[in-house]
Structure formats: C-alpha cells, structure tokens
Write a protein that binds this ligand. Sequence first.
Ligand code: DGJ
Length: 754
Amino acid sequence: MNDRIPVTYDAERGTFTLRTANTAYQMAVTEYGHLLHLYYGETLPDNDVSYLIPRVIRSHESNPPEAGTDRTYSLCAYPQEFSSNDAGDYRIPSIELVNGDGSYAFVGKYVRHRIYDGKYSLDGMPSLFANDGKDGENVRTLEIDLEDSVTHVGVTLLYGVFFDKDVITRSVIVRNGGDSGIRLQRIMSASIDFTAGDLDMIEFFGHHYVERQTDRKRVTHGISEIGSFRGSSGHFHNPFAILCDPDTTEERGGAYGFALMYSGNFVFDAELDGYGQTRAAMGIHPKQFEFLLEPGDTFTAPEVVMAYSGEGLGKLSRIYHDIFRGNVCPSKFVGQDRPVLINSWEPFRFTFDTQKLLETARISKELGADMFVLDDGWFGDRDSERAGLGDWTVNEKKLPGGINTLADSIHELGMKFGLWFEPEMVNEDSDLYRSHPDWCLRVPGRAPSRSRHQLCLDLSRDDVCDHLIRTVNAILDSGKIDYVKWDYNRYVCDVYSTAYPPSRQGEIYHRYILGLYKILDGIISTHPDILFEGCSGGGGRYDGAMLAYFPQIWCSDNTDAPARLTIQYGTSFAYPVCTMGAHVSVCPNKRTKRTVPLKTRALVAMHGTFGYELDPAVMTKEEREECAEYTQFFREHASLIRTGDYYRLASPYDDRLYTAWQFTSKDGDESLVCAVTTDVSTNDKVSYVKPRGLDKNAFYTVRHIAFGNDKNDKEYTEERLLSGAALMNIGIMLPLSAPQYSSFLLFLSRKKKA
Ligand code: DGJ
C-alpha cells in the first residue's frame, strides 16, 4: 500500500479510503448498497475497519426490506455517509425532499464512482482550488454516485483530498433523474457519523462589534445547533465549528474542523443519540429553503472544508490557515505584502471634501501609511445613512472633478488609493430606488423592513446583477483605484422576488448568494490587480467563500484593542491572521471609551493587516513618529506575520494576567511573540509566556522590540541567548507590575550552527 495515495478503492471489500499526510477517512458499501461512514481521524494503515459496526439487534429500529430477517441491519444504528430520509434513520437527515408523488423518501445506494487527479470545482460557487501540482501538491478527487432506485433521484458525493495540507473537502450534487419534479427542502454538504459520542463543540458567536467570541460546550443528547438565517453567514455564529475530545487543548488531543464555503444561511448540527452515536452535519440552513428540480435539473451544495488534528486546536488552526492562504484566497495577494492603509471612516464619517482628504493623506505619510481609503459618503446624496445608497456616481459637491481627480492627486502624493462600496443595498431616498422600486426584496402586499435605513437589492435577478457589475466596473475604470472595501450593512428579510413564480420563492435566499458570487466574479475578474477587502458592519460576513474574493476582511467595527483580543482570538481558529482587517484608532476608543497605550493598539493591529483609522492631523508630532516606528516594524516583518505559523499562547479568556500569541517563520528561524497584560494585580505571581514550536536543541537570541519611550528602558535593550527547550519549558518573564493593557513584543532568531 502506498501511503501517499490520497484515494483508494478496495473492490473486494467495497471500501473507499481517503488519506492525507496525517489523517484517514474511510467508507464502505454494504451488501445492500448503502454507503457507510467508517472512520475519520488519525492515519490508519488498514483498508477496512468495518469491524467497528455493532451488528446487534437494536430493538424497535427499522430494518430495510432487503435485509430480510436480519434484525441487526438498521440504517439508524449504522454510521451513514449520506443519510436517507423516511427509511428508518431517525437522526438528522442529509437530504429532505418531496417527490413528484408526494412522498418524502430518499434512499441513496451506491451506483458507481470516479477517481481523478486534481480538484473538482463547483458551479457558481467558490471552492478550494488545487495548484496544479505546484510545490509537489498532491490533490485527488473522488466522486461517488448514489441513487434512489424507485425515484431515480441521485446524489453525487464529491471529495477533494489535499494530501499534504491534511484537508478533505466535501460537497454534493443532487440530480433529478426521475420523470416528475421534486422539491428539495434540505441538503447537507457533509455529514459524519461518529460511532462513539463524548465530544465538545467549539463555535464562534457574537453580534455587531463583538464578533467571533469563543464558546465551548459538551454535545449532549439531542441536537446542538448553530446557524444563520439572516441571509448572510452573519455576526451571530460563524460557519466554522470544531468537534473535539473533551480534554483537547491547544497542543494536545483530537479535533475536527468544519468550515462551510458559503456566505448565506447555514446550519451546523451535532446530534448525540441514545446509543451514544454522534452525527455532525453542515450545509445550507433548511429554513425557507425549497428548490424545485424538474426532471434533469441539478442542485449543487456548497463545500465543507474538513480537517482533523491529533495535536490539539493550535495545529487544527494552522491547517486551516495554510489551506485558506494557499488554496482559497486569490494567489496574487497571498504572496504580497499588503498596503498599510489609512481609512477615512472613523475620523470623518460623511463629512469631508477634497482638501480635507488630501491633507489627511499627506500627513498620514508621516505615519508610514502608503494607501488612502475613502470610505462611505463619496457618492450620490450620501450625507448620512438615510440617502444615496445605490447611486454609484461621485458627489461632485464634495469631490469636484470626480474620483479620477482625487485618485490622481493621492497618487501624486506617492500613495495608493482605495474606495468604499456597498453595492447590494439601496436607500429609498436614491435615484436607483425611485427608478426601480421592484429591484428590492419585498413580500407582496407588505412594506419591507428597513435596517440602517436601507433595503436589500434582489440579487436573484439577472438585471440587478448586470446593473451592479456595470456600475461598479464603470467607477473602477474611471480612475486609478488600487483597493476596494466591499461593505454589506444589514441582514436580509422580506425574501420574495417578483422575478420568480410563487413556487420558486424558497430558492431566493440561495439565489441571492449565487447572484452575489456572480457580481463578484464579474467585477474582480476584470480588475485582478485591485485588492478587495470584505466587510459587513465589521465582521458580519467572515467566511471561507468570501475569502475566495477578499484576501482580507474587516474583522470588526470595534477597534478597541482589548475588545479586539477576543475577536481576533476567535477569528484565528479558522482564518489566517493575514485575512484580518485591523487598524489603530484613537483613544478614548469611540465604541468602548477605553484608553490604552498606542503601542498596544499597534501590536493588536499587527495581528492582522495593520493600518490606521484616525485623523493624523490631530495627533502630536511624537505620536506620529511613534506610529512611523510601528509601521516600519510591521513592514519589516510583514512576510513573517502573513505567512508564518500562528500559535495562540495564552487565551484572553484564561484566568491569567495576559493574552499572548506568536508567529514563526516556516523555516523556524524567526519568531515574534506578542503579549498584552489584560489584568493587573499587586505582588502577584510572575507571568512567563511560553513560546511553542521551537527547536528545543537550538539557541535563540531573544530581544525585546523597543518603541517610543521603551528605548530608554534597560529591560528592552538587553538581549538573551536561550535554548528552545528553556523558552518552551520556562518561558519569557513579563515585567512585574506592568500596567493593564501594556504590551510586549519579542523577536526570537535562531542562532546558526557554527
Ligand atoms: C460599516 C463598516 O464596517 C465601517 O467600517 C464603515 O465602512 C461603515 N460601514 C460605512 O458606512
């Protein structure tokens, strides 16, 4: 057996085995054609572990007719790869549909399979890409066709196996091979049955200003569910969840990750049944979802990106960071240092003119910024949240000469120029709404709900999508624009489209998201050199699919550094630091009214794309000089932060005095360790920050990085030579009695062997 083969089929045993460098995933076709899920976890050399199926009589459970008198064969007691409906498996189903004859039954049985090199792609939706074998990348696809022999409705289960990245993707295509229409009401992109229970679920919840807080709880009997039916992946739960052993920590224990490559309604379920079996399922949220499939029609479900780590949560995150950076985000920007931008929103909101903007751009060069971003308010009659959204023509009262004149002037200052858009929305007080009121989502006979005084455009309509592609492209072509911030500032409701008949209204939530991807494809493909940053009232649409378009996403509208510690900590479980939009803003912070040192604000913003969101004209000369030091440091280490391995050293939720994290270069030669004191105490124990992932036998020069006044402090100028073993076992001592919210940055460099 060749251990580097990602997909094998053992015809004799009827088993499929997927292998990555450190994991194995196995399925088996039974004597009656049902596809069972046998195993997912740590690598196994075995080609068949079906002995784990308990062939026992589960009294009262149904036995399929083909099993005859064999009472041990039950769909509910066996682990399923794609669970059936109305056929005796009472756990959460992979599929729910109404057949042409009104029945609900679906039983998929194995028909055929295909194995091929490279990675499948999905129609109309982003999914992971393979890099054509670059750097020895070893990727293969398995497709398994199952069919219901009565209705001829079929599903193709898709598996993308990224051997070296330790990732397996899954998706499903439903095909109506029958001769009457069906109504598809639920389709899970992936579901996994664990024969034993006892799992914790970790998920990332929150709301506007408080995104991706970390929640860990035991999966208890019944269904533990997270999801969104707000039309977007949303602030409230992230489409990423972890199932892990109850004793799994950052460094030890088993952990499974599930990330949905989808920006709309989603659900993640973990069901623990009475037999101690756990089923996990992820896909589009079934609420208000109903797709009509006429004979011959297909439906493609979004992709789930799965990973398993046997070495704790930290390793699981590093797997996701590598796959999102290498196989999801636009390659052009992953390899590049990003601009250090200054954004106009927090300082100026809607009130600015050309002179103010140019003056800000000019002074922000003193901070070291190299891109000026004009946020909301540059178009139509947009002087407040109440008007102008939808009218993507420049407001010449504020910006005479238009975007090209402003963009040219900014470039003449030696800076790049970026612009804000919110294409998916419209104010009623706008020319667009006055000419096309029917372009909004709205239930017949009811006035639609407003949110932030805006309505949602109906992106399920081709004419709306075409209009947005045309209008946004026209602005992007009207001047030298280097960056776009793509915002989205409300949740969706009143979901009804006049472009579709009543029988198809259950399709609109999903069609909206397909329309969004179509618009993004239509704009980004014609502007491949523009860097796009996603945003949704801060981090309300932070998901894998958005990363396929936006290599960075504004993490939160909360720019308070201590608040950002929990937000960025939670975000880091799935998403790489180089995708997190993070800026230095003023103090007292506009949201929390908290004041923290400039250095801490800067170090926390370096846990991200790093930039500024303030008016540099009101800063002192010393503050501007200090910022220039931060910018310079960030630039010097941008590649380490962007591409390095990330470690969470101390959680902001721990009962400790500090939060800490670390970036280590892939060759292990350099490491940055950052700590923020989150609490204070007098005469307390000493805090030692323990770096991870070092070579215990190597020696490292350990140097505090001094900024501003630190430079006069002896503590910051001393260098030490310490072994990896000492650093990882004893740690680095933080100064005693450091005030709350002070911060420390250490640079470790491995000493070359003589
Ligand atoms: C919400 C975003 O998160 C902010 O950064 C800003 O762009 C505003 N929208 C503008 O309306």
